[in-house]
Design a protein around this ligand. Structure first.
Ligand code: ADP
Ligand code: MG
Length: 485
């Protein structure tokens, strides 16, 4: 044993941390009580032992530990520590010892330091060891739960954001959020969430946020928000108050249910359409036969009647009967009684064929019709139905405009889709009517049937075409998009 060291040794025994001391040849000269407790190895069996004997209780083999690093300058790799840091002449390191506690193992934080004599010569070294397993475990769990949260946050199909509760500054948002608002992450972080234009009414957000119960948060509040294109979208807003760096933050989640809302509406419309279709089938058949009979007999009566004075009445009756018949025909469209006869053809040809008819009806009211027929592809169409569709839309457009108004009928290609547009310069459709368009019997006209658009939607459906409406004070445009996907 090196005789320069003894005055340390007694003190070492009382240190609360597990500690051992080696001499300049790295033989064990002290192994304190705390270390005996930690390893279960008594000091008597180890004092004087060299050749890395101190590593055996920890690793089950002889190998360098932190204390050896005191003697080496550059053999860091030979010490299997997770982290080794040198601060002045102290060395800190963390390692996992698989042998402690009967093989359960423990995370250790170690400190090693040189022992120098008066002249500054290295005469030994000391290492203390602390079991940090519990700290390491909670730290690890915390890291894992943070990692799990962050993964859920990033991958969520819902829009998610975290912002400070007091000044609304955004801390983080996920990709879906960025896609919806159409901005890059750098443009958003640090901005006020209320400045993004996401909320139609920022005051509404304030009201909802103010109503949040700190313990329970809020769930699925229906909101309308605005996306990057300025379109209104329906969402379910949920929020939770969380604390980050002891500052209150709001974790906001918006579940975009726009498609579902539209789908529900569409289903309701189809439901009504179906009901009317059923009704129409029965009524149309019941009425058509007597009507045809009346028409036939009236025509016979007219030819047999010599009375010229009555002839104009007969004409009137026959005209009215034809009108009644045409209403029945419209009903029949809804009844889907006719099978679709699809033939590959060009809509422009159909439009050219009915152009005189539309023009004639417009001249009557001092209005005019313009056609702008661009080159388009042939697609499968039922000519009779497309005629009906265009006539109904043109009639509505003409009826919406005051005398002098010009109706435009346009065709063009949009990517692969053929698009038919009917554009009027009327007063537009008020929002409350917009939702009801296509609902059978919805009309704002004194003599309207409210069936024209229902028929149009029906025909579009059968052609797998989509009807879109753009309306404003400058007029209304109906788009019929024949999807070719
Ligand atoms: P009707 O023409 O018999 O009223 P429609 O189903 O064709 O029935 O139209 C339903 C309603 O939709 C109309 O009464 C009108 O209020 C509205 N509408 C349809 N097309 C237009 C248009 N181009 N401009 C303004 N309103 C329209
Ligand atoms: Mg109409």
């Amino acid at each position: 044993m090196d005789c320069d060291l003894p005055y340390y040794l007694d003190i070492v025994d009382f240190l609360p941390d597990a500690t051992f001391v080696v001499d300049s040849r790295r033989r064990i000269v002290a192994w304190n009580k705390a270390l005996e407790e930690l390893t279960g190895i008594k000091k008597d069996t180890l004092i004087g032992a060299g050749d890395y004997a101190y590593a055996v209780p920890f690793y089950g083999e002889r190998r360098p530990v932190l204390v050896d690093f005191v003697f080496w300058e550059d053999r860091k790799n030979e010490i299997h520590y997770k982290l080794v840091e040198r601060k002045s002449n102290h060395i800190f390191g963390e390692a996992f010892s698989p042998h402690l506690y009967g093989g359960k193992g423990a995370h250790l934080a170690c400190t090693a330091a040189p022992i120098l004599d008066d002249k500054g010569n290295l005469i030994g070294a000391i290492q203390s060891i602390r079991d940090i397993s519990r700290c390491a475990q909670t730290e690890n769990e915390l890291r894992l739960s943070e990692e799990r949260f962050s993964r859920a946050f990033r991958a969520s199909p819902n829009m998610m954001s975290i912002s400070y509760l007091d000044d609304h500054a955004i801390i983080d948002v996920n990709d879906v959020f960025l896609q919806t608002v159409g901005r890059a992450r750098e443009e958003v972080i640090g901005k006020k969430i209320t400045d993004l234009g996401l909320w139609l009414d920022p005051a509404e957000r304030d009201r909802i946020v103010a109503s949040i119960d700190e313990n329970a948060g809020i769930r699925n509040v229906e909101i309308v928000f605005r996306d990057k294109s300025g379109g209104d979208r329906h969402g379910l807003f949920s929020a939770e108050i969380i604390e980050i760096h002891s500052r209150k933050c709001l974790l906001g989640i918006i579940n975009d249910v726009t498609d579902r809302v539209h789908c529900d509406r569409e289903m309701a419309r189809l439901d009504r359409l179906y009901l009317v279709g059923e009704m129409a089938a029965t009524i149309a058949h019941e009425i058509r036969n007597p009507l045809t009979n009346i028409l036939g007999f009236t025509e016979i009566l007219k030819t047999e009647s010599q009375d010229a004075a009555n002839s104009s009445y007969f004409d009137y009756i026959i005209e009215e009967l034809h009108h009644a018949n045409s209403i029945v025909e419209e009903f029949l469209f809804l009844a889907r009684s006719k099978p679709l006869v699809l033939k590959k053809q060009n809509i422009n040809d159909i439009l050219q064929a009915i152009a005189p008819l539309i023009k004639a009806s417009s001249v009557h009211d001092k209005k005019s019709v313009e056609f702008e027929l661009n080159e388009i592809e042939e697609i499968p169409l039922d000519e009779k139905e497309i005629r009906q569709l265009v006539l109904n839309l043109a009639r509505n457009g003409l009826e919406a405009m005051p005398p002098g108004g010009v109706l435009t009928i346009r065709t063009f290609m949009n990517h692969q889709d053929v698009v038919l547009e009917v554009i009027d310069r009327g007063p537009g459709i008020p929002p409350e009517a917009l939702d009801k368009l296509g609902t059978p019997f919805f009309t704002t006209k004194e003599n309207g049937t409210g069936l024209g658009l229902a028929v149009c939607y029906n025909i579009a459906d059968r052609h797998k075409a989509e009807i879109k409406v753009k309306t404003g004070r400058q007029g209304t445009t109906f788009f019929i998009i024949f999807k070719q996907a």
